[in-house]
Structures are given as C-alpha cells and as structure tokens.
Design a protein around this ligand. Structure first.
Ligand SMILES: [Zn+2]
Length: 57
C-alpha cells in the first residue's frame, strides 16, 4: 500500500503543459514535475522526441 500511496503522491505534482516543438514549432503536450519532463514526449507533426528530464519554465 505504501508504494501505491507514494505513486499517487508523485502523480499529484505532475502538470501537463503545452510547449513548442523545438524543431517545427507546433504545440506538444509534455508532463512536467518541478519544471522537468517526467517522460519523453514525441511531436506528432515532425516526430521530434523531447527527452525525459528536459527543463521548461
Ligand atoms: Zn515537431
């Protein structure tokens, strides 16, 4: 149960943000925690992958 609880806890701190793809400028949705991506996000337009741990403001 403790593992489940900490999972819920970390999920609460994640925000979804739309950022511009560095390559084509189209909006890409990323999951941020403390300003950094929690998983890699792929641009659906050009296929550019924003890697895990990329910082956005
Ligand atoms: Zn793109």
């Amino acid at each position: 149960m403790a593992i489940l609880e900490s999972c819920e806890e970390s999920r609460r701190n994640v925000t979804i943000k739309e950022v511009k793809c560095p390559q084509c400028g189209q909006p890409v949705e990323v999951f941020l925690r403390e300003g950094a991506t929690t998983e890699a996000a792929k641009c659906e337009i050009c296929g550019y992958v924003i890697p895990l741990g990329t910082h956005f403001e």
